[in-house]
Design a protein around this ligand. Structure first.
Ligand SMILES: *[C@@H]1O[C@H](CO)[C@@H](O)[C@H](O)[C@H]1NC(C)=O
Ligand SMILES: *[C@@H]1O[C@H](CO)[C@@H](O)[C@H](O)[C@H]1NC(C)=O
Length: 375
């Protein structure tokens, strides 16, 4: 017993140490930690019954020979997933999800943002053409105005005005209770991430973009959408973050590592919760109340460049499986959209970009996952 206790304490100390060391360099790492709304940061209700977490999936289409949109609902169903997020407004996709019970979160392309900011008619025309004809049969829950644009001045300067106009247009058609208007952020919006209680947004966008943006979300009862990649945080901080800490560690292991936030005393057993709480802290640092967060992307790649050994099938399986189990137990519920449905071989950039799918481009499963009961 004493031995176990000592091991735990040494690990706790060690991980505090390594995280402290990584802190020194994290201001130079542009996209490390992330989001979330938290009251009971990193604590779980060990005695409460499991309740179903909301698990969705991202449907990106930069792949050659992907199955046609009409084949997607049954593939999504076969994964026991009921929520899908897209990166566009393609009516063929929206139609294919009609009467399936699967919800859709859509996205307005980035290049529309500047004109949407000044032209309400443009926003109304988008809603009239891409939403009105379909919303009765397809459950549309959200529209993201652009994707990860908050650090790009050519878009971010127009972002809030564009979101306001899209919301006005949706309201004009009386759909604002059903369809939330938001936008997705990468965690690069945080300039400081560790310890999570001290996290802040980049100064260049904190007061000018995110403060009015989050106020808009609060006013319209909409969630803050953040893309959370423990894999990237792990990779960028290598070797300071232990792999099993990024992979949620097995439950009940006597050697479970913990990271303790030195300012709050909150103990964390995984990187995901740290990333979520850092977003929460950054929101508070703007003097704003908490806001519900949706994790609009999360996942683990199965392959990367040579030397990216943590990107493999087994780690991806373990990460996604334990993510779902973690979300079942998590005190503070947070919906997530796994990235992604398919491998996308036409993505450019690092090799890792092409290998985030639960499915190969041809629709067959890359590894076994058990998300049932349906979530
Ligand atoms: C505003 O958008 C409408 C609808 O798309 C378009 O017809 C009109 O030309 C736009 N106005 C300006 C000033 O761009
Ligand atoms: C799908 O693609 C994967 C990877 O290329 C391959 O291993 C698998 O055999 C393919 N399945 C079918 C049914 O073609």
């Amino acid at each position: 017993m004493k031995m176990i206790l000592m091991t735990t304490m040494q690990n706790a100390f060690w991980i505090l140490l390594v995280f402290s060391i990584s802190m020194a360099s994290c201001s130079t790492i542009p996209s490390l930690v992330g989001p979330q709304i938290g009251i009971n940061y990193g604590e779980y209700s060990s005695n409460l019954e499991d309740s179903s977490p909301v698990i969705g999936i991202n449907y990106g289409r930069y792949g050659s020979n992907l199955p046609p949109p009409e084949a997607i609902p049954s593939l999504v169903n076969s994964l026991s997933i009921k929520h899908v997020k897209t990166f566009d407004l393609d009516p063929r996709i929206t139609k294919s999800f009609a009467n399936t019970g699967i919800t859709l979160s859509l996205c307005i392309p980035n290049d529309k943002i500047p004109s949407l900011a000044t032209n309400l008619s443009e926003a109304e025309s988008i809603i009239r053409n891409f939403i009105l004809p379909y919303h009765k049969n397809t459950i549309i829950t959200a529209i993201s105005v652009g994707n990860e644009v908050s650090l790009l001045p050519q878009f971010s300067n127009h972002l809030v005005s564009a979101m306001v106009n899209v919301h006005k247009a949706i309201k004009r058609y009386r759909l604002h209770k059903k369809i939330k208007v938001s936008t997705t952020h990468s965690l690069a919006i945080l300039s400081r991430r560790f310890p999570p209680s001290t996290a802040v947004f980049h100064q260049s966008i904190g007061d000018s973009v995110l403060e009015p943006l989050i106020r808009f979300l609060q006013r319209t009862n909409s969630p803050l959408m953040v893309n959370v990649y423990p894999y990237l945080a792990y990779k960028q901080s290598f070797p300071s973050i232990p792999l099993d800490f990024a992979l949620f560690q097995p439950m009940n292991s006597p050697r479970r590592r913990r990271y303790i936030d030195p300012y709050t005393g909150v103990a964390y057993t995984n990187l995901f919760d740290i990333m979520l709480d850092s977003v929460d802290s950054a929101v508070k640092s703007l003097g704003l109340p908490e806001i519900p967060v949706v994790v609009s992307e999360i996942g683990w790649p199965t392959r990367g460049d040579p030397g990216e050994t943590a990107a493999n099938l087994e780690n991806a399986r373990v990460f996604n499986q334990r993510l779902v189990e973690h979300l079942r137990r998590r005190w503070n519920k947070v919906p997530v959209y796994i990235f992604a449905l398919f491998d996308e071989d036409q993505k450019t950039g690092n090799a890792v970009e092409k290998h985030w799918g639960l499915l190969y481009g041809n629709g067959s499963r890359k590894y076994d996952l058990n998300f049932s009961p349906p979530i």
